[in-house]
Ligand binder design. Structure first.
Ligand code: NDP
Ligand SMILES: O=C1O[C@H](COP(=O)(O)O)[C@@H](O)[C@H](O)[C@H]1O
Length: 513
């Protein structure tokens, strides 16, 4: 990076602040302990926490499910996946730290049992005894209620001089009604302060950075409103298909899978008011308010606010891939969407009249998650030969993944005797400034739960507000008002999504740059 003529040396160190403390002693019970999430993401996250010395020496993991496992078999399986995890990160020079892994693996044990059998909870209670416990529900959603009920009935949720917390995975319900019912069921055995509803997007550094960027700088927030912003685009594009998750995805679809949770969290972080502090409830109060203000644009014409798509056979890179209907476990006549684009309004003082365009899909031309703030044009072009509509649009893109950082696009004078403008970009790249080994995103979330910080977890009203925001779209589908638009795998999605942005020269940002 070129040197700046500014006194930046030492700026990062000065701002470093207090370092995180080791989490308190705790037993982490993972229901679904031989499952995919545990091996691919949770155990690598625990390993990273151990490397960072954030786990207490008394920390241990009890993995629970009904597979044919025992302590040693599970530890061997997890050793294979942690080696795989480390190998993928070799480029970042993080080879497996063997002593740390050996310590962690020796603190993992297995308990075999059926989630639906009360004996499983009795055996678990005997194994845990007293002390702090986090129960991680890495299981299919149909077990959330059953497991929490089992924990409650066996006394495992009682906090007698210790904490007992439960992390709930997604999907949290399938619509507003079922999310409300689940919240009600959980509340029979747990207080709200014991419930940690996870959204792994909130564990991503760059998602958390949205708040840091907005509220720790004097330069952005004064512009962050309807006077200066024309519209906002939120994109979560994937190149992967449904992979081995056909059975789950068939009943879920892109809207339920991504929008009420991840996309709404991105929207909330982008649009919420400044909380009075970073206290968990102060942040979640503001999120709730902004999510409750979301409405579909009152166009009275659904195709202009909501588009559903489904991929057909195509090419990703140089690899031919099947269409959704040809994927394993998919009904060949399926009406499930793999792409969704929506136009919503945030009906409040700050955002009145500013459309938020949301899109997410699988098998698109690029993997890219970003929030793009499109500012209004300068009101008048002083420059000869440059009509105002030809000025480079001022866009600030918050890159969430795979690139992480922020780009600002604006106009500058081209060199030369004639005054001509050209579009230029200023880019902040996370990796340049803060070079750290990549994480799974679950490190912060598991650590925060152990220290009792619920800021990055969803409160009951947050999840319900997320579902309420997509209810009109779910209803439209149920009424057959939102037909599936096919798109070829490896493209930008259905062309119909472009119509959402028509007028005023707006268009979706390109997926492939
Ligand atoms: N995998 C991922 O990348 C992600 C997963 N999630 C969420 O995490 C959760 C877990 O997902 P994942 O790890 O993929 O699921 P898996 O199916 O891989 O793991 C669940 C485990 O629980 C076992 N199990 C099922 N029923 C019972 C039962 N009645 N009693 C005891 N054990 C049982 C399963 O065994 P069996 O195989 O025999 O059924 C399996 O070993 C889900 O809510 C998912 O939505 C969220 C983000 C990413
Ligand atoms: O929760 C989910 O998220 C992933 C996308 O997560 P990312 O961290 O890779 O952006 C998505 O593929 C999956 O379908 C969904 O269930």
């Amino acid at each position: 990076m070129e040197a700046l003529d500014l006194p930046l040396d030492g700026v990062l160190e000065a701002a470093d602040g207090p370092q995180p403390l080791r989490a308190p002693p705790c037993t982490l019970v993972i229901f679904g302990g031989s499952g995919d999430l545990t091996a691919r993401l949770l155990v690598p996250a625990l390993y990273n926490l151990a490397v960072a010395q954030l786990l207490d020496p008394g920390f241990r993991v009890i993995a629970v499910d009904w597979q044919d496992q025992n302590d040693e078999k599970l530890r061997e399986k997890l050793t294979v996946s942690i080696q795989d995890f480390a190998a993928k990160r070799q480029a970042h020079a993080t080879l497996l730290d063997v002593p740390v892994w050996t310590w962690l693996r020796d603190h993992i044990s297995y308990l075999r049992g059926d989630f639906q059998n009360p004996d499983t909870y009795a055996a678990l209670a005997a194994e845990i005894g007293t002390g702090n416990c986090v129960f991680y529900l890495a299981v299919a959603a149909r077990f959330f209620g059953t497991i929490v009920e089992g924990l409650g009935a066996s006394g495992l949720t009682r906090e007698d001089g210790c904490f007992r917390r439960v992390i709930i995975e997604k999907p949290f319900g399938a619509d507003l009604g079922s999310a409300r019912l689940l919240n009600r069921d959980l509340a029979k055995s747990l207080s709200e302060s014991q419930i940690y509803r996870i959204d792994h997007y909130l564990g991503k550094e760059t998602v958390q950075n949205i708040l840091a960027l907005r509220f720790s700088n004097g330069i952005f927030e004064p512009l962050w409103n309807r006077q200066n912003i024309d519209h906002v685009q939120i994109t979560a594009a994937e190149t992967v298909g449904v992979e081995a998750r056909g059975r789950f995805y068939e009943g879920t679809g892109a809207l339920r899978d991504m929008v009420p949770n991840h996309i709404m969290q991105l929207l909330a972080m982008t649009a919420m008011e400044a909380p009075s502090s970073f206290d968990a409830d102060a942040v979640r109060d503001e999120k709730s308010k902004v999510l409750q203000a979301i409405h579909h644009m009152p166009q009275g014409n659904l195709p202009l606010t909501y588009v559903r798509g489904q991929y057909t056979a195509g090419t990703i890179g140089d690899r031919a891939v099947p269409g959704y209907l040809e994927e394993p476990d998919i009904d060949p006549h399926s009406d499930t969407e793999t792409y969704v684009a929506m136009k919503v309004a945030v009906d409040n003082w700050r955002w009145a009249g500013v459309p938020f365009y949301l899109r997410t899909g699988k098998r698109l031309s690029a993997r890219k998650t970003e929030v793009a703030i499109h500012f209004k044009q300068a009101p008048y072009a002083l420059f000869r030969d440059t009509p105002v509509e030809k000025l480079t649009p001022n866009i600030m893109v918050l890159h969430i993944q795979p690139s992480e950082g922020c780009t600002i696009q604006f106009s500058a004078k081209r060199p030369g005797p004639i005054v001509k403008l050209g579009g230029v970009r200023m880019k902040f790249d996370y990796a340049d400034w803060f070079p750290v080994a990549p994480s799974t995103g679950y490190e912060t979330l598991i650590y925060d739960c152990m220290i009792g910080d619920a800021t990055l977890f969803q409160r009951a009203d947050n999840v319900e507000a997320g579902w309420a925001a997509v209810e009109p779209a779910l209803e439209a589908r149920a009424e057959g008002l939102a037909p599936i638009r096919p798109y070829v795998a490896g493209t930008r999605g259905p062309a119909e999504a472009d119509t959402l942005l028509e007028g005023k020269g707006r268009s979706w940002l390109r997926l492939r740059t």
